[in-house]
Design a protein around this ligand. Structure first.
Ligand code: ZN
Ligand code: ZN
Length: 268
């Protein structure tokens, strides 16, 4: 049992696929005895952003109000999950200048050749090529590096393996993935252990222990944990498992972020 659970990856109804308001999420987080949460609504740089800009503004303002309302009871941080940022770096950087986020998640939900993997029919596709494109773009994203943590590093496997039951030999990407993790470590960026997969058929975190250890071996110091909850009942889900995994990989601390700076907490 841990007493300092912080869920750094939470979606509200300001995300197209989120169900609950920020105040409702905060009420639930407090009931679950979480120490804090970070609201990280989607902002997908490969898409038209007119609607997303409105949602982002709402998300940021509502998070600020919740922070004040829940003062002393729950830490409420304001964040963003930036998808495919290198497709529109100018816009990504202007958003980061405009809002004073506590925390920025860098993520990839697709590659340059297809839609979000959540909506792709993988049967008959060359999944090895899909993953090659995915990790090549992820390396570019990390070289850009204007975020705080890299989200769900094995996201396509949620669908390729979890949903379509296609087995992939991941060893062919090991050098590329090591380069990604080394780039994060060298630039003082974090790696997320995303627990959403524990609630899905794939039944594993993203990434798994093997990559968390590799990150550590390559000098990585900053780990964040995220349930990727899109509804209140999933808040904090699997975070204790992620904490156990972090310890097993040799970490003594994890991080949450305030004003883009990591606050290190002991894995107690
Ligand atoms: Zn995501
Ligand atoms: Zn997410």
């Amino acid at each position: 049992m841990y007493s300092n659970l912080f869920d750094s990856h939470v979606h509200s109804d300001n995300s197209h696929d989120g169900e609950h308001s920020i105040s409702f999420l905060c009420e639930h987080a407090q009931q679950k005895n979480l120490m804090g949460i970070c609201i990280t609504d989607h902002y997908e740089l490969n898409l038209n952003l007119d609607q997303a800009d409105i949602c982002l503004r709402n998300s940021f303002m509502e998070t600020g109000r919740a922070r004040q309302a829940f003062d002393q009871r729950l830490l409420v941080a304001s964040g963003i999950e930036m998808g495919q940022a290198t497709r529109n770096i100018e816009k990504a950087e202007s958003v980061l200048r405009k809002y004073r986020f506590d925390f920025v998640i860098g993520s990839l939900h697709c590659d340059r050749y297809m839609d979000d993997y959540a909506y792709v029919d993988f049967s008959g596709l060359n999944v090895e090529l899909v993953l090659q494109h995915y990790y090549e773009e992820m390396l570019e994203l990390c070289q850009w590096g204007a975020f705080d943590t890299l989200a769900h590093m094995t996201y396509p496997l949620r669908y390729i393996t979890g949903q379509y039951h296609i087995q992939v030999d991941m060893s062919q990407y090991r050098d590329l993935i090591a380069e990604i993790l080394r780039t994060l470590a060298d630039n003082g960026l974090g790696l997320e252990i995303n627990t959403a997969g524990l609630r899905r058929e794939i039944s594993q975190t993203s990434p798994t222990l093997e990559y968390v250890k590799l990150f550590r071996d390559l000098g990585g110091e900053i780990l964040t944990f995220g349930s990727d909850a899109h509804r209140a009942q999933d808040l904090g889900a699997g975070i204790e498992c992620a904490m156990d995994m972090a310890k097993e990989a040799g970490f003594s601390y994890f991080a949450f972020f305030k004003k883009r700076n990591p606050r290190m907490l002991r894995l107690l």
